[in-house]
Design a protein around this ligand. Structure first.
Ligand code: NI
Length: 174
């Protein structure tokens, strides 16, 4: 088990479409363990494999609020099959530092995925849980929550990141 580095925007790995998981073996299980550990350490309520630099269709989530009660869930190759309604909720992302914003999402979704045993599962979720899953599944398609914001908000954020990165560079050089 080890904590992994969370890749941050504008790292190109976050923009790749993740590869489908075809084998559930020990190395995949180790990757899942690392993801869960990294998610709790951050702390976050969801993490997608591309965020730790692994281009695999794999997410872990835990939306239980009680700190002493960790109930993480693993979803392999998740796909949203049905959507209903809409909701607007505040989102942030471990890969998008210093930004939270309101994002419009479906209110209720049905998804299919494989569990850790490779068994096909189907689940319907709504409200906050649906938001978290839509956010994490977006990561598997190279999509970040900033892509759902207005062009103006997004370009302001990109400028801010550019400035931050330039600041870091000059600090390193001095
Ligand atoms: Ni995220």
């Amino acid at each position: 088990m080890s904590l992994r580095t969370i890749h941050k925007f504008p790292d190109p790995v976050l923009r790749q479409k993740a590869k489908k998981v075809t084998t559930i073996d020990d190395s995949l299980k180790n990757l899942i363990t690392d993801m869960v550990e990294t998610m709790y350490d951050a702390p976050g309520i969801g993490l997608a494999a591309p965020q730790i630099g692994e281009s695999s269709q794999l997410i872990v989530v835990d939306i239980s609020r009680e700190e002493n009660e960790q109930r993480s869930m693993v979803m392999i190759n998740p796909i949203i099959t049905e959507r209903e309604g809409s909701q607007v909720d505040e989102e942030g992302c471990l890969s998008v530092i210093d930004l939270t914003a309101s994002v419009k999402r479906s209110r209720k979704i049905t998804l299919s995925y494989q569990d850790i045993e490779g068994k096909e599962q189907e689940m319907t979720v709504e409200d906050r849980f649906a938001v978290v899953l839509q956010h994490e599944i977006d990561h598997l398609n190279g999509v970040l929550f900033i892509d759902h914001l207005s062009t103006l908000k997004r370009s302001l954020y990109k400028k801010k990141v550019k400035k931050m990165l330039a600041g870091q560079k000059s600090k390193l050089n001095s």
